[in-house]
Design a protein around this ligand. Structure first.
Ligand code: AMP
Ligand code: FE
Ligand code: FE
Ligand code: ZN
Length: 301
C-alpha cells in the first residue's frame, strides 16, 4: 500500500464553509485522504453528520473545532481541538459563550451598516448561515448578493475588515479558557496557522508556545495552505524545540477560499498519515479515546 494522507483542518456549512458536513466527507474521500478532521469555527454542529458519512465512505473523520482567542499584540489567535468529545459539557458551554459573543457582534455590524443606508437585515444574514456558526463571511456574502460589493474581498475591504466602515471587534475568550475547554473535552490542542498573522515573529511565537503549553497546548499546525516553505521550517523547528505534535491541513472552506484545496497544504503538498499516527500513539499512551460512539456505532479510529 502506498503512503496515505490526511487533512486535519476543514470547514463546512456549520460555520463559513460551503459544503454540508456530508458533502465534505464525500469530497475528502474524493480528494484521496484516509482521514480528515472537521474543524468548524466555534461549533461542533457538523461533527456527527460528517462522521456518519465518513464512516460510510470508509475514511476516518476526527471530530474537531476551531476556536478564536484573544492575544495581546496580535489579531485573534486560532486554536484547533482534535478528537474533541463534542458532547462534553465544558466544551459545549465554552462554544455557547463564543456563539453569543458572535451573535452580539454580528448584530452590531448590521446596525452600523443600516446606519450607512444599507438595506440589510440580520435575518437575511442568518438565513445564509443556515443555522450554523455565523460570522462576517456571511454578512459579506449577503452584501455581495445584494449588490453592495463586487465580491467578498471587497465587502471586507469596504465594510467588514479592520479598516472597514462597519467594523466591530470581536469579544474573545482568553487562551487559557479556550485551551482548558478543549482539554477538558479530551482533545489534542493545536495552535492553528501560527504564521498567518502579519504581526507574528519567531520570538513572539516562541513566547506564545511557552505560555499555551503551560495551559495544555500539545500540537502545532506546521502544514497549512498559507504557510510558505520558510514558515513550515520555522514551525518544524518550534515543534521540535517545544516537544509538540505536528499537525497539518488545508483550511478548506470551499470555492470561497480558492487557495485552500481539500486534501492539500501549501503548493499542492500532501500531509502524510504518519503525523496522525504519532498523535494516536500519544493518545493511546494517555488512555485518551480514538473512537467515539455515534448512534450506537463506533467511528474514528
Ligand atoms: P469572523 O469570525 O466573523 O470574524 O470572520 C472571520 C473570517 O472572515 C475568517 O475566517 C476569514 O475566513 C474571513 N475573512 C477575514 N478577512 C477577510 C478578507 N479580507 N477577505 C475575505 N475573507 C476574510
Ligand atoms: Fe473561516
Ligand atoms: Fe483559522
Ligand atoms: Zn480554519
Amino acid at each position: 500500500m502506498g503512503e496515505e494522507y490526511i487533512d486535519l483542518h476543514t470547514h463546512s456549512l456549520a460555520s463559513d464553509g460551503t459544503d454540508t458536513p456530508a458533502q465534505l466527507a464525500v469530497k475528502a474521500r474524493d480528494a484521496g485522504v484516509a482521514a480528515f478532521a472537521i474543524t468548524d469555527h466555534d461549533t461542533v454542529a457538523g461533527v456527527e453528520e460528517a462522521m456518519k458519512t465518513a464512516g460510510e465512505m470508509g475514511i476516518e473523520c476526527i471530530p474537531g473545532c476551531e476556536i478564536a482567542v484573544q492575544e495581546d499584540h496580535l489579531d485573534e489567535v486560532h486554536i484547533l481541538g482534535l478528537w474533541v468529545d463534542w458532547r462534553h459539557p465544558e466544551l459545549v458551554d465554552f462554544l455557547e459563550i463564543q456563539t453569543k459573543n458572535r451573535l452580539r457582534r454580528n448584530q452590531q455590524i448590521i446596525v452600523k451598516l443600516q446606519a450607512q443606508g444599507i438595506d440589510i437585515t440580520f435575518d437575511e444574514v442568518l438565513a445564509l448561515s443556515r443555522g450554523g456558526s455565523c460570522g462576517r463571511p456571511h454578512i459579506a456574502r449577503t452584501l455581495v448578493a445584494k449588490g453592495y460589493a463586487a465580491d467578498v474581498r471587497t465587502a471586507f475591504a469596504r465594510y467588514l475588515g479592520g479598516r472597514g466602515s462597519a467594523f466591530v471587534p470581536r469579544v474573545l475568550s482568553s487562551p487559557e479558557k479556550g485551551i482548558k475547554a478543549l482539554t477538558a473535552s479530551g482533545a489534542i490542542v493545536v495552535l492553528a496557522h501560527p504564521c498567518t498573522s502579519r504581526r507574528m515573529s519567531a520570538k513572539r511565537l516562541d513566547g506564545i508556545l511557552k505560555k499555551y503549553i503551560a495551559h495544555g497546548l500539545t500540537a502545532l499546525e506546521v502544514f497549512h495552505s498559507v504557510h510558505t516553505p520558510f514558515q513550515q521550517r520555522l514551525c518544524l523547528k518550534m515543534a521540535a524545540r517545544h516537544g509538540l505534535l505536528i499537525s497539518g491541513g488545508s483550511d478548506y472552506h470551499g470555492p470561497v477560499k480558492p487557495y485552500a484545496r481539500l486534501g492539500y497544504s501549501h503548493y499542492g503538498q500532501r500531509v502524510p498519515y504518519r503525523f496522525l499516527e504519532k498523535m494516536k500513539e500519544w493518545r493511546r499512551a494517555r488512555g485518551l479515546p480514538l473512537e467515539f460512539t455515534l448512534e450506537g456505532a463506533a467511528v474514528s479510529r
